[in-house]
Design a protein around this ligand. Structure first.
Ligand SMILES: Cc1cc2nc3c(=O)[nH]c(=O)nc-3n(C[C@H](O)[C@H](O)[C@H](O)COP(=O)(O)OP(=O)(O)OC[C@H]3O[C@@H](n4cnc5c(N)ncnc54)[C@H](O)[C@@H]3O)c2cc1C
Length: 512
């Protein structure tokens, strides 16, 4: 295992620090890490800037994680059809520090749709599959071992197998996982291959510098022959303890690469005043893979917060774009997900060790937008498509069959008006009477908010990741996906960012 790369922190910035480099990358997550490795190994002088802390600070405590490792202190919320918290990580590793490491290749149909939209074969399934295989090997993806799966996953796998569904223990990038079940707080054992242990570590070996604890707020441009070019970025260093700005950083670079994530990248473009230059698609078309949860009760002691986080999945028959997988969370969140609040809180406490759970996530047709507030925080809206709501409900009915077949009973959902369920048909009937406003929701897969496409009216970048409106300004993170993905996005983000970085190298080589 590689050690995480060293980085500079806020204290190294002083009042003003200036850098000059070939390429500056904003954001040290899945996309930023992948680009940093490719460009550094090619020989460019690369600087990665990350707003999160220089060193990971993991503790099994939500408030602690929210403060140090979640963007905007874990307080991002999408408003629109309803109220939906949106999670995104920060630190050297970005969201991969706090994700549950499920790894799926993008479906062929999705990639071929992208290459059709983009009229560019370099995004087709045929072209990209070798890169998916290579990246999955590089980050150590393998099927969750039974020895660390834990009883929640065991129960789910039993249900999947007894129904003959296609699924089982899930592929995850956790080669040294000990099954402690707290991926969302950051991996305390070093068992998860977040990008600080691979892409960023290898980028550093190839000469890449990393400046943490700096939040970028400006993108600089210059004009040459009536064309606008990106020329650098600037921002402020932040003390992670106090959240206060301590100094200023200015970077001059030939290539400015935004990998700040599908919330962070459009937030920065708006804040930097580039939305007019880059067109109306900046921040639009946001997808989030919304979903909901069912909690069951088993006679057996399960302790659903133990074992591989999200270690099982299946493809429900005849439900394209619905992907159920394990729901696992700290005990307090399990109680909320099961609706054990108010009158039923005491009951929830006594049942807690016996709870088990699974969620149904959908590839969404609904969309949202990302803007910026006057204080620099993201302004997020999201509107559900009725088809997505219908498929979440169908997914939950399918999940109820799996949980009941696995040995659970008395299913509950964090959905107003749905009581205790022991029969999938009862659930279907109860869900028919609900609307999306009755659901308690949560989304952790923001994407497609600065999508690739062919025109500035409908997209932000071309199929090379370069923005239509500003030369040498490139986006390489989950925001460039042209559509919703349908599977957990970290692997596809790494592959997309690598693809974009390889295209940049080809371009540089062609001009040498
Ligand atoms: C709780 C949770 C669980 C998840 N589980 C899974 C899973 O099991 N499997 C899966 O495939 N995916 C999962 N995901 C999603 C996956 O981690 C992301 O899709 C992926 O990391 C996106 O990569 P990215 O590069 O677009 O953004 P990120 O990885 O989020 O990186 C963006 C980085 O940019 C930094 N940044 C933002 N703005 C600025 C700025 N202005 N200046 C400097 N730095 C900035 C951020 O701090 C962050 O570190 C999960 C996500 C979360 C939050």
């Amino acid at each position: 295992m590689n050690p995480p790369p060293p980085s500079f922190g806020y204290a190294d910035v002083g009042v003003l620090k200036k850098y000059t480099c070939d390429a500056v990358i904003v954001g040290a997550g899945a996309g930023g890490g992948a680009v940093a490795k490719v460009l550094s190994e090619f020989g460019l002088n690369v600087l990665v800037i990350e707003s999160g802390p220089k060193q990971s600070r993991f503790r099994p405590n939500y408030a602690h994680t929210a403060k140090y490792h979640m963007q905007e202190g874990g307080s991002m919320v999408a408003k629109g059809s309803t109220f939906m918290p949106i999670a995104a990580g920060k630190g050297i590793g970005g969201s991969t520090l706090i994700n549950s490491a499920l790894c799926f290749k993008a479906p062929d149909t999705v990639l071929n749709n992208w290459s059709g939209i983009l009229k560019d074969e370099r995004w087709s399934a045929n072209e990209l599959m070798p890169l998916f295989e290579q990246t999955a090997r590089y980050i150590g993806v393998s099927k969750t071992p039974k020895s660390i799966a834990g009883k929640n996953n065991d129960l789910i796998v039993k249900g999947i197998k007894s129904l003959g569904y296609n699924g089982g223990l899930a592929p995850r990038s956790t080669p040294r996982c000990v099954g402690c079940g707290i991926c969302y707080y950051g991996c305390p054992s070093g068992g998860k291959n977040s990008v600080n242990f691979n892409f960023l570590s290898d980028a550093h070996k190839a000469g890449c510098q990393i400046q943490a604890e700096v939040h970028i707020t400006e993108i600089h441009t210059k004009t040459k022959n009536n064309k606008t070019y990106a020329s650098g970025v600037a921002g402020k260093s932040i003390d992670p303890e106090t959240g206060k700005a301590t100094g200023r950083i200015e970077v001059e670079a030939q290539w400015v690469i935004l990998s700040a994530g599908a919330i962070g990248t459009p937030r920065l473009l708006h804040q930097a005043g580039l939305s007019n230059l880059l067109g109306p698609a900046v921040g639009s078309g946001l997808h989030v893979h919304p979903g909901s949860t069912l909690i069951g009760i088993s006679d057996e002691k399960i302790e659903m917060w133990k074992g591989a986080t999200q270690g099982a999945y299946y493809h429900p028959p005849n439900m394209p774009g619905v992907l159920p997988h394990t729901f696992s969370a700290p005990p307090e969140a399990c109680l909320v997900a099961g609706g054990f609040l108010g009158d039923s809180f005491q009951e929830g406490l006594s049942l807690l060790p016996h709870l088990c759970g699974m969620l149904a996530m959908v590839s969404d047709k609904g969309t949202g937008s990302v803007g910026v507030r006057s204080d620099g925080r993201a302004k997020i809206s999201y509107h559900f498509a009725q088809d997505d709501v219908d498929r979440i409900k169908q997914g939950l009915v399918s999940v109820s069959k799996v949980l009941l077949s696995g040995g659970a009973k008395d299913l509950r959902a964090p959905i107003h008006g749905v009581g205790i369920i022991n029969d999938p048909e009862e659930l279907e009937k109860a869900l028919k009477k609900t609307s999306i406003q009755d659901f308690t929701l949560y989304a952790a897969h923001p994407m497609a908010s600065c999508r690739m496409g062919n025109t500035i009216e409908h997209s932000v970048t071309s199929s090379t990741g370069e923005t239509h409106g500003c030369n040498n300004l490139i986006i390489a993170d989950a925001s460039v996906f042209p559509t919703s993905l349908g599977v957990n996005p970290q692997l596809s983000t790494m592959v997309s960012a690598t693809n974009i970085a390889l295209m940049l190298i080809n371009r540089i080589e062609a001009t040498q």
